[in-house]
Design a protein. Structure first.
Length: 408
């Protein structure tokens, strides 16, 4: 693919995905808030709905909710579905554009599994389909009557899929596919249950029949699942920009910890908006879960292991000036500068990633902190070790940067 088309296509798809995602998440959070804020009103029978008053933008809003349906169908009815559909469609095209068309850079790590581009795409898409089928089976079974058990099994399934993806793809590819899997479940809930159930209710109203209240309960359950998955999905979508997450062989464990933290934060706000009280303990547990995720990321990180006392960290005296020795320049030139140059020679790149240039000693010295993060502290660069940098060459960079790691 033409590198300019590849870069602009990725930018525009990501832009659309962010815009539609904001719309979907915003409406999801809003309606969860409204649901929790509903209070009884004499105009609606007890247990069949409620109302809420809001003030915003200089005006007052009177919102009512009918748990099944009103006696009479209004002429104007707003459907909240396109935010979900457009977010998933734009995200799937972005996944194809970045990870399937650029599989050699971002998805396939030969050290993990030497897949072809077609095989990798098949495994990825197949995993998404499997994820929806298994989830839909679980929530359609008798487990729906036992929400805690259902949540536990669902949590274990997502962890298992995260582990599976990590045995197939690069760290980036594994985390992004786990996030897309959860996003697919969320959109599947909207397209396959919530909207169809609402259509059935409307059909009953038009035909003069009493709508089935179980349809609304099913839709509400799945909407709640979507709400609790939102924050972990967002974390996984941005994780590819942070090497400490995706370079760890225990990244699948971090997925579970982030799921716990994100769900607890949403639980706090759902309870708060319902007037039940402030469950402050949720923030403590969420913080502990995230601290545990940081700990897990350090286990496979050279500097992190030294901080944990699992390796010795020797720091030589700092050099008086920033000098780039010949062996360092040779490593960077042979392993990094084909991408990080003013005119990258890598076919799919129109410009150096993130605008970082490493094609001269001055540029190498200027970006030494990024070299430390991406090539010494983690093995994030080169992506999937596509230029086959060796451990000895990474040690050359580490010693130049003033760090030498030695096992105890």
């Amino acid at each position: 693919m033409d590198p300019i088309l590849a870069e602009w296509g990725g930018l525009l798809l990501r832009w659309v995905h962010i815009i539609t995602g904001i719309a979907w998440i915003g409406s999801s959070f809003y309606f969860m808030h409204i649901d929790a804020a509903m209070r009884a009103t004499p105009d609606i029978p007890t247990g069949k709905g409620g109302e809420a008053w809001e003030v915003h933008g200089g005006g007052f809003y009177h919102v009512r909710k009918y748990l099944v349906a009103p006696e009479k169908l209004p002429q104007e009815l707003i459907w909240h579905k396109w935010e979900s559909y457009s977010t998933w469609v734009s995200g799937f095209f972005l996944l194809c554009w970045v990870y399937y068309l650029g599989s050699d850079l971002y998805l396939i790590d030969p050290a993990i599994r030497p897949l072809s581009a077609l095989q990798a795409a098949g495994i990825g898409i197949g995993g998404l389909v499997l994820g929806w089928v298994v989830y839909n089976f679980l929530v359609s079974s008798k487990l729906a009557e036992k929400p805690v058990l259902l949540a536990t099994i669902g949590f274990a399934f997502i962890m298992a899929m995260a582990y599976f993806f990590q045995t197939m793809f690069s760290g980036r590819g594994a985390l992004i596919h786990t996030g897309v899997l959860m996003a697919t479940i969320m959109t599947g809930n909207v397209a396959m249950n919530i909207i169809p159930n609402q259509r059935k209710v409307i059909a009953d109203l038009v035909a003069g029949r009493e709508p089935d209240p179980s349809l609304g309960k099913q839709a509400k359950m799945r909407s709640t699942h979507n709400n609790y998955l939102t924050l972990p999905v967002l974390f996984l979508m941005i994780s590819g920009h942070y090497p400490l997450t995706f370079t760890s062989p225990y990244a699948w464990v971090m997925v579970g910890l982030v799921l716990i933290a994100g769900a607890l934060v949403r639980y706090f706000y759902n309870q708060r908006h319902a007037g039940i009280g402030n469950k402050w303990w949720t923030w403590l547990v969420a913080a502990l879960a995230l601290l545990a995720a940081v700990f897990v990321s350090m286990l496979s990180n050279p500097v992190g292991r030294a901080r944990l006392g699992l390796a010795a960290l020797e720091t030589p005296a700092p050099v008086a000036s920033i000098h780039v020795p010949g062996d360092v320049n040779e490593v960077i030139t042979s392993r990094c500068s084909m991408c990080h140059a003013s005119e990258p020679v890598w076919a799919s790149l129109a410009s150096p990633p993130k605008g970082i240039l490493l094609d001269s000693p001055d540029q190498i010295a200027r970006n030494r902190h990024l070299i430390m993060e991406q090539a010494v502290m983690t093995n994030a660069m080169p992506p999937n070790n596509i230029t086959e940098i060796t451990a000895q060459e990474r040690q050359v960079l580490a010693e130049w940067l003033g760090v030498r790691l030695a096992r105890r």
